[in-house]
Unconditional design. Structure first.
Length: 191
């Protein structure tokens, strides 16, 4: 963890939907192994949040390779995208962190949405999948919503530690306020 290799680019934005929005980028990587294949989940395209003054990811997809350094073949279309029927993902897909669980997949998604007052929001939701491609939202979402105080606007940028001494820990950024808001890091623990 002290000496690192040279940077190696795995993906650059090139598909039409990856290039949507002000910022042309692919980001929020999550790499897992599926059999002998490396699957790289990533976000592409952006939506602009006027009340925050920055952009957030609009779509999530993946690419696969036999070697960890690539070349990666894109799935070609989003597996998560804005959906007006999903209140916690009605504006953008945000990011997806994927974990194998038994013979299935768990996904932790921080969708981007507008609330009933028109404010930009993000909340952490739980998804499940049999193949890691088609996802179903848990009926009790969100699992970590924006609330009061230090996380009154957005909850996002997460990572998960499964089964640490019998606990699952979700680390995340939370934003107090919108434009010029203060970000802090928090954790929620499921025993």
């Amino acid at each position: 963890m002290e000496r690192w290799s040279e940077e190696h680019v795995l993906l650059e934005p090139k598909l039409e939907w990856e290039l949507e929005g002000r910022c042309k980028q692919v980001r929020n990587p999550c790499l897992i192994k599926v059999g002998e294949t490396y699957r790289l989940y990533y976000s592409g395209g952006t939506v602009w949040l006027d009340d925050c003054g920055y952009e957030e990811p609009k779509y999530v997809s993946f690419a696969e390779a036999e070697d960890i350094c690539g070349p990666y073949r894109r799935y070609g279309k989003p597996i998560l995208k804005p959906n007006p029927e999903v209140p916690y993902r009605n504006l953008g897909a945000g990011a997806l962190k994927v974990y194998r669980w038994r013979e299935q997949y768990l996904g932790f998604n921080n969708g981007i949405y507008r609330d009933g007052s028109g404010r930009s929001r993000s909340a952490i939701c739980l998804l499940a999948s049999l193949d890691g491609i088609r996802w179903v939202d848990a009926p009790f979402n969100p699992i970590i919503p924006p609330t009061k105080g230090w996380k009154n606007a957005l909850v996002y940028q997460l990572d998960v530690v499964l089964n640490y001494e019998g606990k699952t820990i979700i680390y995340y950024n939370a934003r107090q306020g919108w434009r010029g808001g203060v970000e802090r890091i928090g954790a929620s623990i499921l025993k």
